[in-house]
Design a protein around this ligand. Structure first.
Ligand code: COA
Ligand code: MG
Length: 298
């Protein structure tokens, strides 16, 4: 599986930005039909996404599109029109405002039918956005519903703040006066549910795109809690995000040494050993293997 260190959101109605996105170095680009496109613009945006998916060169990145919520009247055309006409060029569909597992099941069932009817050789993955109180309440069931099809859960901080009643106006930003990490509980709960089912976890966007220092702080907190990547809404956010979610070379080298040292100790029937001034045991090996897997994906 390719990494998802950064997912760049691009309004599906904006051909100029889509063209620019195709030329950027980023793990995933998502062409949006939801909140960045006005409702009247959605039929045209579907056609723009189809032609951009077919005509631009997207090699080196995963191309995704975001449909409207399953509860909306736009959803079926967003999914069916785009998947039928360009599903062979699209690696993933992003489903926003997922409140219940049935919504992911519905999308998965339609995708299976479309892929079979069209004879696509690659499956289109699903990434589900958790961004409401109801979605958070059901996140464990959502994570379990479509094994092999659902690949990632994405936190949506703007809609979530509005849903649960956090004041503040910057998407994904801090709220003046709050002393902790505002998104700790939400991210951790999503991460636990996702990991229990082998899914990736992606932090949502940071709206104040001129403030790279605050973006980096937000991305680092998410990474340290266990996230695999973060959304970007502007090209200037991509490089800092991809950097933060890449394992450092020193960390990878040390992980490799740790695995080797532990393997050697096992032949001497030792479970816990000294390694570079620390105690390591089987748990340390799991931590190191995770770092090595991440570096392989990158
Ligand atoms: N994808 C691709 N290109 C983008 C981009 C994006 N998300 N955001 C900006 N750009 C391009 C601009 O077109 C411009 O290109 P140019 O230099 O070739 O003219 C360049 O990057 C610099 O953009 P800038 O002038 O700083 O910003 P802007 O005022 O054009 O756009 C936003 C600001 C916020 C409107 C824009 O970044 C945007 O629409 N972002 C995505 C919003 C979104 O997807 N929201 C839903 C998910 S939360
Ligand atoms: Mg949202």
């Amino acid at each position: 599986m390719n990494a998802r260190r950064c997912e760049l959101s691009v309004p599906g109605s904006n051909l100029k930005m889509i063209g620019k996105a195709a030329g950027l170095t980023v793990d995933e680009v998502l062409l949006d039909l939801e909140d960045s496109v006005a409702p009247e613009g959605r039929p045209d945006a579907r056609r723009t996404i189809i032609s951009a998916a077919r005509e631009f060169d997207w090699s080196g990145k995963r191309l995704a599109w975001r449909i409207n919520p399953v509860s909306s009247p736009y959803f079926y055309q967003d999914l069916i029109e785009v998947a039928e006409a360009a599903g062979d060029k699209l690696g993933a569909v992003i489903v926003p405002k997922v409140n219940r597992p049935e919504e992911v099941y519905t999308v998965a069932a339609l995708l299976t039918a479309i892929e079979t009817a069209k004879g696509f050789s690659q499956q289109i993955a699903i990434e589900a956005q958790i961004e409401s109180a109801e979605g958070m309440l059901n996140v464990e069931k959502i994570a379990a519903v479509a094994p092999g099809r659902l690949e990632a859960l994405i936190f949506g901080p703007g809609d979530y703040a509005a849903s649960i009643g956090v004041p503040g106006l910057t998407i994904g930003g801090k709220v003046e006066g709050y002393l902790g990490h505002l998104w700790h509980y939400a991210l951790s709960r999503i991460i636990v549910a996702a990991r229990a089912h082998g899914l990736e976890v992606i932090d949502g966007p940071y709206g104040a795109f001129k403030d790279i220092v605050a973006l980096e702080e937000s991305a680092l907190q998410a990474k340290l809690l266990g996230c695999d990547g973060k959304w970007a809404i502007h090209p200037s956010q991509i490089e800092p995000i991809q950097q933060i979610f890449s394992p450092a070379q020193a960390e990878v080298d040390r992980a490799r040494r740790l695995v080797e040292a532990y393997a050697a100790s096992l032949t001497q029937r030792q479970g816990a050993i000294r390694f570079e001034g620390e105690m390591i045991d089987a748990a340390s090996v799991k931590m190191a293997e995770r770092t090595l897997r991440r570096s392989g994906a990158v």
